[in-house]
Design a protein around this ligand. Sequence first.
Ligand code: AMP
Length: 249
Amino acid sequence: MKILVAVKRVIDYNVQIRVKADGSGVETENVKMSMNPPDENAVEEALRVKESGKANEVVIVSIGEEKSKETIRTALAMGADRGIFVKSNSNIEPICVAKALKKIVDTEKPDLVFMGKQAIDDDCNQTGQMLSALLGWSQGTFASKIELNENEISITREIDEGLEMLKLKLPSIITCDLRLNEPRYASLPNIMKAKKKPIQDLNIEDLEVDTAPRINFLKVEEPPKREKGIMVNSIEELVSKLKNEAKVI
Ligand code: AMP
């Protein structure tokens, strides 16, 4: 069994996001970038499946600027076998990412694709679902527990009403939730070993995917600053402030 894992390089989740002065986007120059957090869970889960003897290869794919290769190396240092890097200088939208991933799936023929539930930069939560539709494969989104059997995968996913359990026929697309597992840290020897693991280089043009944007970004703005909160001494004072100062009741 082969598992393909899609990882995206995003601004590190600890970084305070700064909007560019001209409102054309957010600052990424000299900003710490990392693997999208749920993608780390996807890599970890694929490695656990491999370690349990149920899979024999974990392949990492990332689409983006040259530095996305570093993100692939991080996954290789965690234990993945090889990488596929698709170079794209512009920030491509989920439908284009899904179409590019479909081309990779067509050649790699994995049994499972693990992805993050959503990328924390654009918060789209679309790519996995779109890839599943393009391939006609089953999908399990927001997986917080996975159990793999012969030709079937059982997943638990969090929904508004509670937990939902699904049984999916392989091949399948699984998007991973942060609750799925605790991603491992790469050890120094494994970081060294990862330098020798193969990464195939492709260009987005090689995949013949139309990357023309469908979304027109007008402007990026900071949210309005929140005023400092105050402590009130009684419910009467709270009600009075809500009525007379905030004028919301
Ligand atoms: P999104 O639909 O943008 O929220 O992304 C959902 C998931 O799709 C991410 O967690 C990644 O697993 C995958 N993904 C999105 N963009 C890329 C990319 N440029 N390269 C590789 N995987 C991606």
